[in-house]
Design a binder for this molecule. Structure first.
Ligand code: ADP
Length: 608
């Protein structure tokens, strides 16, 4: 069996971390109001505890009626005041807990969107991210519930302390008995919860199967098949079998719950019986009167409740703490890149830079071979380089190394001769603008998507970039033009652009950003052949004044570049202009021949 991993942060650390977060996030009220609320709860309990015995005592001692009325009024006023104050602070405190949960949410968002890029593809980081999500996704999730439970714990500890003082008059053996019976009942209940927890997956599996069948029988998509193939009796008998198995499982669970309940009742009976015996004995001995008897007996039950509360709260806080460990580990996940601690880099306007891969090798974590091995390549200032090669050759990886999304396993990436690892990586990204293969649209206006901001949008520039990307006619045909919102999943009145239109929009976005290097990773994949050739024609105009890296698996699509790198076998197999590569008659020339024949004659013959 795999040994259980020790949590990286203990219960104290996590509880303190949550309270410190509430404090920092200007939600100090969670702490102050929590303490106040605990005091109020215990005060209410004590007041209620004393009402009857005090009144009884007053009646017994034949006090004047006026005094009795005063006492009753006093109790009524105290109870009302405490309840009113509790009612007033409850929502304030709850709001504080909610905003603290959102502070955790915010911290997770910031980490997710700013962590070193390789972490995004790290399974462990991803797993922690998923686990963290379940601590913030509702009111009862750990990041909010732990604050409530901590407050309950303070209440129960306070109540316990007050009751210990109150019950010193009672026999110490009775106190011990209360401890033992209450502890015993708690352990029985915990055994049940543990059983449920251990069999959680079995329970879920039963439910999943039952739901699957239930949904299948209701699903319009399956309706024809169920009727045509006469599946109904089969499904019905399957349902019966599943239900039988589930009842068998549920029966075992119920039996445990029942036995625990019986145990709890027996223990409570023991406790109350002993308390009655001791207290009655004390009354008979004349050591206490009836009011004290009543007070003490009620206090015995109350005392047991505080103890149960403490035990339950402690185990709950521990459970939440284990869940919160994922959040803590996620937030403190090591950063591979330098950010603020790196050297600052402010790209100078109009300046072009030299980028160099020096003896670069790269292997993805867990892989058994290098995607790139000992690659040397310089992107000279203002140069237009194409990177071509078959699918999976390593073109995107090469560009990711150049852009600083990945660091080489061996070798260096140099910016004007200086290792890019020395720079603040966020600053380094300012050197680039790009169209990547995956489209990333934001649920804002078209203009804001191009400008990547909703403030200070240079509309003339937006129009110009949209025009250069060949999207003007489409945008201007929309009733709201550049203000049209994108993404129907967020805005009901949004438009959905086609794949090709979205790619053009991504191109406009890349053109809008002022950066000395432009990277275009298969930027025509979603375009039709006419749009594609139109784009090739405008390539120089589009990339004027910048260095550019153009990735494609279409060999001939890169003739307009100054230099072509052909990637194969984990390295730059050939390089030169299109004509030079053809003249050389190597791998590039051979593959170009295959590709162009496919286009000339139709691919079917080649594939045979
Ligand atoms: P290309 O852009 O030339 O199609 P890539 O650079 O995307 O090729 O991928 C090169 C190789 O690296 C492929 O074999 C691919 O499966 C592998 N690869 C790409 N990304 C990852 C990753 N995140 N983890 C592991 N392997 C990867």
């Amino acid at each position: 069996m795999k040994a259980k991993e020790k949590p990286k942060f203990n219960t104290w650390q996590n509880s303190f971390w949550m309270l410190a977060l509430a404090w920092r996030e200007k939600e100090k009220k969670v702490i102050f109001l929590g303490i106040l609320s605990a005091i109020l709860t215990v005060s209410l309990n004590l007041t209620e505890l004393y009402v009857v015995p005090v009144i009884l005592d007053t009646v017994e001692t034949r006090a004047p009626l006026g005094r009795l009325a005063l006492i009753i009024a006093g109790f009524a006023a105290a109870l009302m005041a405490i309840r009113a104050l509790s009612t007033y602070i409850t929502p304030l405190e709850a709001y504080g807990r909610l905003t603290t949960r959102f502070a955790v949410f915010d911290a997770l968002n910031i980490k997710a969107s700013s962590t070193s890029y390789p972490n995004i593809h790290d399974d462990n980081f991803e797993k922690l991210g998923k686990k963290s999500q379940s601590t913030i996704n509702h009111d009862h999730a750990a990041a909010q519930a732990i604050l409530y439970t901590l407050r309950q714990l303070v209440t129960n500890v306070l109540g316990f302390a007050v009751y210990v003082a109150l019950m010193t008059a009672i026999h110490p053996l009775l106190l011990l008995l209360i401890f033992l019976t209450t502890g015993g009942a708690f352990l029985l209940n915990r055994k049940c919860s543990e059983y449920l927890h251990e069999h959680r997956e079995e329970d879920q599996a039963h439910n999943r199967r039952l739901w699957y069948l239930f949904q299948k029988m209701q699903d319009p998509a399956d309706a024809k098949d169920i009727r045509l193939f006469g599946l109904q009796p089969w499904m019905e008998s399957l349902y019966d079998q599943l239900l039988e198995a589930y009842y068998l499982f549920a029966g075992k669970v119920q039996m445990r719950l029942f036995l625990a309940k019986v145990g709890e009742i027996v223990l409570t009976f023991l406790r109350n019986g002993a308390a009655y015996a001791v207290l009655i004995y004390m009354v008979l001995q004349g050591r206490i009167g009836v009011p004290e008897f009543l007070l003490s007996f009620t206090a015995v039950a109350g005392f047991a409740a505080w103890i149960t509360g403490i035990l339950e709260n402690v185990s709950e806080v521990r459970r939440y703490s284990i869940e919160l460990c994922a959040v803590r580990e996620y937030l403190s996940y090591p950063e591979l890149f330098k950010f603020e601690e790196g050297a600052a880099l402010v790209p100078e306007p109009e300046r072009l830079y030299e980028l160099k891969l020096e003896n670069v090798s790269f292997r993805y974590p867990g892989a058994d071979h290098d995607v790139l091995k000992n690659v040397n390549f310089t992107l000279h200032p203002g140069e237009k380089v194409a990177v071509v090669g078959l699918n999976g050759a390593g073109k995107t990886t090469l560009v990711k190394l150049l852009c600083g999304f990945l660091d080489p396993t061996e070798g260096r990436v140099l910016l004007d001769g200086r290792d890019i690892r020395e720079y603040n990586r966020r600053d380094y990204y300012k050197l680039f603008t790009a169209v990547f293969q995956d489209f990333s649209l934001l649920a804002v206006s078209i203009a804001a998507n191009v400008a990547q901001s909703e403030e200070n949008i240079d509309m003339a520039r937006v129009r110009d970039c949209i025009d250069r990307a060949g999207l003007t006619a489409k945008i201007e045909s929309l009733p709201e033009g550049y203000d049209t919102k994108l993404l129907r999943s967020v805005h009901f009145d949004a438009v959905e652009l086609s794949g090709g239109e979205t790619q053009r929009l991504m191109l406009a976005r890349a053109l809008y950003r002022n950066a000395p290097v432009i990277v275009l990773d298969e930027p025509t994949a979603a375009l039709d052949p006419i749009a594609e050739s139109e784009m090739y024609g405008k390539y120089h105009e589009m990339t004027a004044g910048r260095s550019s890296v153009y990735i494609s698996h279409r060999l001939a699509s890169t003739r307009f570049c100054d230099r072509i790198l052909y990637i194969e076998d984990a390295g730059i197999a050939e390089e030169g202009t299109h004509e030079e590569l053809l003249a050389r008659g190597g791998r590039y020339a051979a593959l170009f021949e295959v590709q162009s024949r496919y286009y000339r004659e139709g691919g079917m013959d080649d594939e045979k």
